[in-house]
Design a protein. Structure first.
Lengths: 429, 316
């Protein structure tokens, strides 16, 4: 009896000590000069790696970068954060894809005080929509670093050859021009876009918004079977079916669709502007000389492309090196680096860099114009804003692939609506 | 209590080792456990614990994060999964089709190639190396390579078909052609392994039964059917067992060629791909564990059936 209670007490003490060591914000119990940063393959990452020595000299810290592809990054987080691992300090993540889930699971450290107290950082400089996407329950849990707007990539030479003087202003014109160019150039598709069920959802969203639809209405009910949504599904799928590449695969993400465009096999391609270097870099693209950019064409509800924060930086809540981790974010998402990134073609989330003429001077002229339009009419999301985004994307993406393969898009939208409403109800519980 | 047991132990050990300390005698008495302990601890840590943990998770509604609170819900996940006709059962069907068809061709082709390589011939070494090449390639790299070859627009496969006047095929991109195409890739990659195993079995066979059959006037087919094959049967079963389990669990080739969820229509979603999606895309750890446990039971069941067959063969 006596011995047992002794063991019990000591266990409780150990447990209490362990808990107190883990708990609380701004943990620096394991402060180290080495900051471990996990980043995704992206132009932003390439740029930041080049600038790293400067930061290391300035701060006296050492930065250890792990760089992964999008899917591998996601898997890595799922495993490590689930296990409460402390060997990631700073993480690059997708606020709209994983943000809510991560915040709810308490994987992301609260950065509110750090961000507000830092003088040069100037939290007020961030655009409102991106910052709200990296906040959770009024707390800042991430800093947006890259924003994306959808624009229309097109081939100037093909337009000219078919007698068009300007890129399409409306979705109807887009259809006409794509059809004409396809007819004039055998072997070249009029239109290409992402086709994968989940991958296409974000690029489809601008079509949905421009037809006057959305995934969810203000009361949180599914609207993927609204008339506007049905038209948008039929349009997007129909364009790929009738004017897309022959034998089209329904697995294409941006890399496959971009490859078709940059190989010179398609005339129009709606895609995120942050990927434009893939099309203008002669080393990667056969059409670097002839690619043009236009604002997203207007639908019945006008031109409504998305304008979203695609990537952010956050601190792993289990990290024991949080002050130094913040120093990295303070620098990498600071005014100076954001301007450098913007000049190198990565659209930032700070108001100051967009107001600065230097910030858009390096963009192709038509790209800068297109972005201006997107910033003015942009919608702040490009996928359903839910916790289990991957699942939601598959549900609302089903009518896209059904439309591409020639099934009844409207019927598929009705089915998707039912499934999506069930999903939303389930999530609300 | 110790005071009572000590004398009996001491008297037992005393005649053998009069001066050894108590712990050493204890160790000597329990040496079979002691020596096996490291291996047992290893098995417990790396196999039994994960398995038990998965089994436990499968009885909870764990989702979002495994560290989040979850509720014990008994066998509800099992009922949900077993009554799911949109994802689970089609995945079971695809797993069976993938494994069955791939295994059949791998064994038949493997046997044919092994018989060809059985007797020594000129340039034998080179032929063997060439045949074994696919085996040493990384499955993900193999998947990438075939994805390029089978690309419906710029791939080599359609170009070659064009030369002989056949129109382009969608291959991996087609809703109904994707699974057969991945099966083809699996056959391409893994037939060499079957060849290797069967060849090892063939070389260990003695020549006498063959010669006896020849003297009796048996044809080549008769010799194969009634002499070689029965003698080789235990080896064939080993090959089927090893390759079958592996084929059931195939993930890399499917993931590399069709990505998450086995394509937009789940064209190549097998049980393994489905379980992966449940945990890594959907964060449904309870459901995912349920699928994995069911999958595990299926594999154990098949393995048991095959080894029982093998014992029967061996006993004949």
């Amino acid at each position: 009896m006596g011995r047992r209670s002794k063991i019990g007490t000591s266990l409780a003490v150990v447990a209490a000590m362990t808990l107190s060591a883990c708990g609380g914000g701004g943990d620096d119990s394991g402060a180290s000069d080495t900051v471990r940063v996990t980043l995704v393959n992206h132009v932003w990452t390439e740029n930041i790696r080049k600038a790293l020595p400067e930061f290391e000299k300035q701060s006296g810290l050492k930065v250890e970068v792990t760089q992964l592809g999008e899917d591998q990054l996601s898997d890595q987080y799922n495993v490590k954060l689930n296990a409460g691992s402390s060997d990631i300090d700073v993480m690059m993540y997708r606020p709209l894809q994983e943000g809510r889930l991560f915040a709810k699971n308490k994987y992301l450290a609260d950065l509110t005080d750090k961000a507000k107290e830092s003088g040069d950082f100037d939290l007020g400089d961030f655009q409102e929509a991106p910052l709200s996407a990296t906040s959770y329950e009024q707390k800042v849990v991430g800093i947006p670093i890259i924003t994306e707007q959808q624009v229309l990539y097109y081939r100037k030479d093909l337009l000219e050859k078919s007698g068009f003087t300007a890129p399409p202003q409306t979705l109807d014109e887009l259809k006409t021009q794509a059809a004409k160019i396809q007819a004039d150039n055998p072997g070249v598709a009029g239109f290409v876009a992402r086709t994968g069920k989940a991958a296409a959802v974000t690029q489809f969203s601008s079509f949905l918004f421009s037809f006057g639809g959305d995934f969810v209405d203000e009361s949180g009910k599914s609207t993927v079977n609204s008339d506007a949504a049905k038209q948008a599904y039929a349009y997007y799928g129909g364009m790929l079916r009738e004017h897309g590449p022959a034998n089209i695969s329904t697995d294409m993400s941006w890399s496959e669709a971009m490859a078709i465009f940059t190989q010179g096999q398609a005339a129009f391609y709606p895609e995120a502007n942050s990927l434009y270097k893939n099309a203008t870099d002669p080393a990667k693209s056969k059409v670097s000389e002839t690619v043009g950019f236009a604002p997203f064409p207007a639908g019945p509800a006008g031109s409504k492309p998305y304008n979203v924060p695609s990537w952010g930086l956050a601190i792993n809540d289990a990290s024991k090196n949080q002050s130094n981790a913040w120093k990295f974010i303070e620098w990498a998402a600071g005014k100076e680096q954001t301007l450098e990134q913007q000049k190198a073609g990565v659209p930032g989330a700070r108001t100051s860099v967009w107001e600065n003429p230097e910030g858009i001077a390096t963009y192709p002229k038509d790209m800068a114009d297109a972005i201006t339009v997107s910033l003015a009419n942009g919608v702040g999301h490009d996928r359903p804003l839910v916790e289990r985004v991957a699942q939601a994307r598959e549900i609302v993406g089903q009518p896209i692939v059904d439309a591409i393969t020639g099934k009844d898009a409207a019927a598929s939208a009705d089915t998707a609506h039912e499934a999506f409403q069930k999903f939303l109800d389930d999530e609300a519980r | 209590m110790p005071a009572v047991t000590a004398p009996s132990r001491a008297s037992r050990g005393a005649s053998v080792m009069p001066d050894t300390p108590g712990w050493a005698r204890w160790a000597n008495d329990h040496r079979k456990w002691l020596f096996a302990a490291p291996a047992m601890a290893f098995v417990a840590a790396l196999i039994i614990f994960p398995l038990a943990w998965t089994a436990y998770l499968s009885l909870t509604d764990s989702s979002g994060s495994v560290r989040a609170e979850s509720e014990f819900i008994g066998f509800r996940n099992y009922l949900d999964v077993l009554s799911d006709t949109t994802r689970f059962w089609p995945a079971v069907g695809r797993t069976a089709a993938f494994t069955g068809v791939a295994l059949f061709f791998e064994v038949v082709l493997g046997m044919a190639i092994a018989l060809l390589l059985w007797r020594p011939f000129r340039g034998e070494k080179w032929v063997r190396v060439a045949i074994l090449l696919p085996l040493v390639a990384t499955p993900v790299a193999v998947g990438m390579m075939w994805r390029l070859i089978f690309d419906p627009n710029i791939g080599m496969a359609n170009q070659v078909l064009g030369w002989v006047g056949i129109g382009p095929q969608p291959w991996l991109a087609g809703q109904h052609t994707a699974l057969p195409t991945t099966i083809f890739i699996d056959i391409w990659q893994w037939t060499p392994m079957v060849v290797l195993i069967l060849l090892a079995g063939l070389t260990s066979l003695s020549n006498e039964p063959q010669e006896a059959a020849m003297i009796d006037g048996a044809s080549a087919w008769q010799r194969f059917r009634h002499v070689t094959l029965p003698l080789l049967m235990p080896t064939v079963i080993v090959a089927v067992l090893l390759r079958g389990i592996d084929a059931l669990k195939t993930f890399d080739i499917l993931y590399a060629t069709k990505g998450r969820g086995g394509g937009s229509f789940h064209e190549v979603e097998t049980l393994n791909v489905y379980a992966y999606g449940l945990s890594f895309d959907y964060n449904e750890y309870g459901l995912s564990s349920t699928v994995l446990i069911l999958f595990f039971l299926i594999i154990i069941g098949l393995m048991w059936a095959l080894t029982a067959r093998r014992k029967k063969e061996a006993g004949r």
